[in-house]
Structure formats: structure tokens, C-alpha cells
Design a protein around this ligand. Structure first.
Ligand SMILES: Nc1ncnc2c1ncn2[C@@H]1O[C@H](COP(=O)(O)OP(=O)(O)OP(=O)(O)O)[C@@H](O)[C@H]1O
Length: 325
């Protein structure tokens, strides 16, 4: 099945003033070679915490991985030392964020930052690394790349900074790219350009992408498979076509009904009532039950498991599993 990255039963906890909360609770993900897997859900569902856990970038002291495993090419990343993890991060696995300044350093020239990454991971000399940086800036469509390489991040527009971050992430030809809301902060035209760019680089380098987004429109355009997350858990997983044509979980149906392009002109948009529960106050049964239009008494008491309801289609809902929905 060519699994490159496997997340199994991941549990990530935070220490907060009201005690320990589990923001991610038993997440399973499989990313295969060269594919794009979307992870969707509203704000607060645990998408970013999942990606930070995979990259080993959780805030120290206040968070920890309490259970499960993360395997890259069969090796558990949780068993690696910080130095071993650093070798994989940026080289084999790279990440891009919604806010490019998260990974760009404001006090270093753009070219130097890309060159530094390349030197560290690809063991190139100074001159070759600088050439590689300029080559990458050219690849991501930066105009006047030699000149821009000499500039500082704040001298560029948001869209250009995002291109620079992609250049840096893709410079070492990573096998896995984790993109956390890479286009959310950009306007629609730039958003489309950045998604196209990511797709081109992905095809050219054979990179597998884990795309984290709250935007189902972006998923429809870029992903082959999708995982829907709700309240720290996966609630549905299938291929993109099936998700849009035959969504099963009431939460996924709700997300689709609130998507303007899909609701169509004749239909009123129907936002899902209520909000994602706080991890400190999770419902005891189904976590979506308080917001669910189909809720039954059993939903309030029995926590549903994620099961395969059709070939390649998993869903965490008692009613779907019993064929009632
Ligand atoms: N540093 C932290 N301390 C305590 N709780 C946290 C911390 N970071 C995240 N959480 C909690 O973890 C849960 C999941 O957050 P996460 O950022 O992963 O959601 P998300 O789906 O990525 O949303 P967004 O799109 O807004 O980033 C939330 O309930 C959040 O309150």
C-alpha cells in the first residue's frame, strides 16, 4: 500500500489551568507515496495539533504525546532523538504554515535562509547552496529571483512570502509535505496560484502532501482522499469523490450543506448549529451528538467507533453503522 507516513491512535494532551486536556484523541492517518490527503474540520477540531505532533513541533512543557505512534517509512518518529528528528525534518518531511513568518526569520536574507536549509541537509558548499536557493525561487515563480534572494521577508507581499516558504520546504525534495492552511490568509486569485504551484512541485518531485484545511473547496480541487476531523477524532474517511457525492457522517453532511458552491443558488446555506466542544468538556457519547439533527438517546451515551461502513469508506456514527442513516 506504500504507506509513507502512518499515524496510529495518536493522543496529544495539553496541560491547562483546568487540568490536562486531550486535544487529539486516537487519530489514525495513512499517507501514501505521492498522494494528497486532506484533513478537514472546523477550527478547534485538532488538525494543527495533529500536524505539530507529526513534525515534533508541539510546544515544550505544556504538551505531550500521551499515546499512539507516528511512523515514517516504518520507523517510529517518537523513538528518535531530537538530532535524528531534525535530520528528517526539513529534508524528508517539510511543513508550510498559514503564516509564512512562522518559518521565515525576519533578520536573515531570503536567499540565506533557503541556502542554510540546503547546506544542512544536502551537504552543499556555500556557493552551490546559494545557487540552489535562487533555482528554487525561480521554480516557485518569484520574479527577479537573484535580487529577491538578497531581500528580507518583510519586503515581500503575503503571496510572495508564501512562495518563499514553499521554496524552502521543497528545496531538499521532501517525500512528505505537511501544509497547514497554506492559502487561508491569501486572496482567492493568489490562493489558486499557490495551490497550482504546490501541485506542480508535488508532481515533479513525487511528494506526498498532507493538506490541512477548513475549506472543502480546496479539498475538492487538490486531494485524492479526505479525513474529516471533529473534536480531536477522525469521524469520516474516504476518497474525495465519495465524500462529496455520498457523505455519511452528519458532521460531514453539515459541512457540505454550509458550502456555498455546493448548496447552489436555490438552496439556503445551512450552517451547523452550535460549536466544537472544548476538550475539557467532551460529551460522553458521540462528540457531535449535541449538534446533530439525527441524534437518538443511544448517541448521548455510546461513544461510536470509527468503522469501515463500505469498502474504503470509514465513519464514526452509530446510526450510519446500523444502516439507519
Ligand atoms: N497550547 C495549547 N494549550 C491548550 N490547548 C491547546 C493548545 N493548542 C491547541 N489547544 C487545543 O487543542 C484543540 C485543537 O486545536 P487545533 O489548533 O489543533 O485545532 P484546528 O482544527 O487546527 O483549528 P485551527 O484551524 O483554528 O488551527 C483546541 O481545543 C485547542 O484549544
Amino acid at each position: 500500500m506504500n504507506a509513507l507516513l502512518e499515524v496510529q491512535g495518536l493522543q496529544t494532551e495539553f496541560v491547562t489551568r483546568s487540568g490536562v486536556v486531550r486535544a487529539v484523541d486516537g487519530v489514525d492517518l495513512v499517507l501514501r507515496k505521492g498522494e494528497t490527503l486532506g484533513v478537514v474540520g472546523e477550527s478547534g477540531c485538532g488538525k494543527s495539533v495533529t500536524s505539530m505532533s507529526i513534525m515534533g513541533l508541539l510546544p515544550k512543557g505544556v504538551s505531550r504525546i500521551a499515546g499512539g505512534d507516528i511512523r515514517y517509512n516504518g520507523t517510529s518518529l517518537l523513538s528518535l532523538s531530537a538530532a535524528e528528528l531534525r535530520k528528517i525534518r526539513g529534508n524528508k518531511m517539510a511543513m508550510i504554515f498559514q503564516e509564512p513568518m512562522t518559518s521565515l526569520n525576519p533578520v536573515f536574507k531570503i536567499g540565506s535562509q533557503i541556502a542554510e536549509t540546503v547546506r544542512f541537509h544536502m551537504k552543499l558548499g556555500k556557493k552551490e547552496a546559494w545557487s540552489k536557493a535562487v533555482e528554487m525561487l525561480t521554480k516557485v515563480g518569484i520574479p527577479r529571483p537573484e535580487q529577491i534572494a538578497m531581500e528580507y521577508p518583510h519586503q515581500l507581499s503575503g503571496g510572495m512570502r508564501q512562495r518563499v516558504m514553499i521554496a524552502m520546504a521543497m528545496a531538499c525534495g521532501p517525500e512528505v509535505l505537511i501544509a497547514d492552511e497554506p492559502t487561508t490568509a491569501l486572496d482567492v486569485t493568489i490562493q489558486a496560484q499557490i495551490l497550482d504551484l504546490m501541485r506542480e512541485l508535488q508532481e515533479a518531485q513525487g511528494t506526498a502532501v498532507l493538506l490541512i484545511t477548513h475549506d472543502l473547496g480546496v479539498v475538492a480541487e487538490t486531494c485524492q482522499r479526505v479525513v474529516v476531523m471533529y473534536a480531536g477524532q477522525v469521524v469520516e474517511e474516504t476518497d474525495v469523490k465519495t465524500l462529496f457525492r455520498q457523505p455519511k457522517h452528519p458532521y460531514t453532511r453539515g459541512l457540505l450543506a454550509s458550502l456555498p458552491q455546493l448548496a447552489g443558488e436555490q438552496h439556503r446555506l445551512e450552517p451547523i448549529p452550535g460549536s466544537v466542544p472544548n476538550p475539557a468538556e467532551m460529551p460522553t457519547g458521540c462528540r457531535f451528538a449535541p449538534r446533530c439533527a439525527f441524534r437518538t438517546d443511544a448517541c448521548d451515551t455510546v461513544p461510536p467507533q470509527l468503522t469501515e461502513v463500505e469498502a474504503g469508506h470509514k465513519c464514526r456514527c452509530l446510526l450510519v453503522q446500523e444502516g439507519k442513516l
